[in-house]
Design a binder for this molecule. Structure first.
Ligand SMILES: NC(=O)c1ccc[n+]([C@@H]2O[C@H](COP(=O)([O-])OP(=O)(O)OC[C@H]3O[C@@H](n4cnc5c(N)ncnc54)[C@H](OP(=O)(O)O)[C@@H]3O)[C@@H](O)[C@H]2O)c1
Length: 293
């Protein structure tokens, strides 16, 4: 008799554990689906009015790829654009195209972010007096087209410093330049472009993937520090986007064009402060890491 009672008590406990486990996973899954639906589908319909952040948007690495996508989309949504890149010719050409296509003002700043600290006083001077509502820290570089062990990186003496200057110093220094104005106006948006390659260590791209986790952590910390003061810091961690960096790989259901990536990623502003930027990338992340970012 006692054995039977003990046995049914055991079954009841197992049933409860099973029920709680299933309920937990169902709730988690439902929450992830709702989050993904909100960030990538509802955001298509109800977009944040980006003009409320301020008149000007500054985009680093703005003459091609994802940066150009952001510059064009921001102009389309009513902002004036400061474009920053290395090539004066490309800057003038893209600025002219934006002015005639979207009827917005533009300014260009020619600089090379691999040069380090010395470039920032001149950038600060050229940004002076502008009401900067949005900063897109997009500029970034990888090794010159190679996968390589750390010691086999071509021209390591220069490359190490250049990559750190371009991928990490640029983000911290540009944020330092625009944040005081944003704090004064109690509003602002900083978008930092990280990479999915920051989600786990990527051997053969050690410095690139380490520099991108720096971007992710820096963004999340900055957002925690300044969100109560009206500043949003969003980290965008794309998978593959067809650009010069990815040898203009053909666009397909997994690979986005830069223009459509920037459009989708900008829709997520106001919905999330950490995102891979678009639904197709979110589905890929979800399949590999079981989460919707
Ligand atoms: N494409 C992807 O699949 C992918 C995936 C994840 C993350 N990302 C990240 O997204 C960002 C943009 O990548 P992308 O693929 O769009 O690159 P991209 O097509 O190579 O464009 C880079 C842009 O930055 C400018 N630039 C490059 N080096 C510069 C420097 N030292 N100083 C100033 N400007 C410089 C380039 O113009 P100039 O040559 O005229 O200077 C160009 O406008 C990077 O941070 C990258 O790590 C890209």
């Amino acid at each position: 008799m006692g054995d039977i009672a003990g046995c049914s008590c055991c079954s009841l406990v197992l049933c409860i554990i099973g029920f709680v486990t299933v309920a937990y996973y169902l709730l988690r899954w439902s929450w992830q689906c709702w989050h993904g639906f909100k960030v990538y589908m509802l955001s298509e319909i109800w977009q944040t009015d980006l003009r409320t952040f301020g008149q000007w948007a500054v985009v680093t690495g703005a003459t091609s790829g994802i940066g150009r996508g952001y510059a064009e989309e921001l102009a389309k949504r009513g902002l004036d654009i400061v474009l920053i890149s290395r090539s004066e010719d490309k800057l003038r050409r893209v600025a002219k195209e934006i002015e005639s296509k979207y009827k917005r003002q533009t300014r260009v700043i020619q600089t090379d972010f691999t040069e380090g600290h010395s470039i920032y006083p001149a950038i600060a001077q050229q940004l002076e007096g502008l009401e900067i509502g949005i900063l897109v820290n997009n500029v970034g570089m990888n090794y010159t087209g190679t996968l390589a062990n750390f010691l086999d990186v071509p021209d390591p003496d220069q490359r190490i410093t250049q990559l750190i200057n371009c991928n990490t110093l640029s983000i911290t220094q540009m944020s330092r330049l625009v944040l005081p104005g944003m704090l004064e106006r109690e509003k602002g948006l900083i978008i930092n472009i990280s990479s999915e390659s920051a989600s786990q260590p990527q051997p053969m791209q050690s410095m690139y993937s380490a520099s991108k986790i720096f971007v992710t952590y820096f963004s999340r910390c900055l957002n925690a520090e300044y969100r109560s003061k009206g500043i949003t810091v969003q980290c965008v961690a794309p998978l593959v986007v067809s650009t010069n960096m990815t040898y203009n790989i053909s666009v397909n259901p997994l690979v986005k064009s830069a223009a459509s990536f920037a459009r989708d990623a900008l829709n997520t502003v106001g919905y999330t402060t950490y995102t891979c930027g678009c639904l197709t990338h979110a589905l890929q992340v979800n399949t590999t890491h079981n989460q919707f970012d």
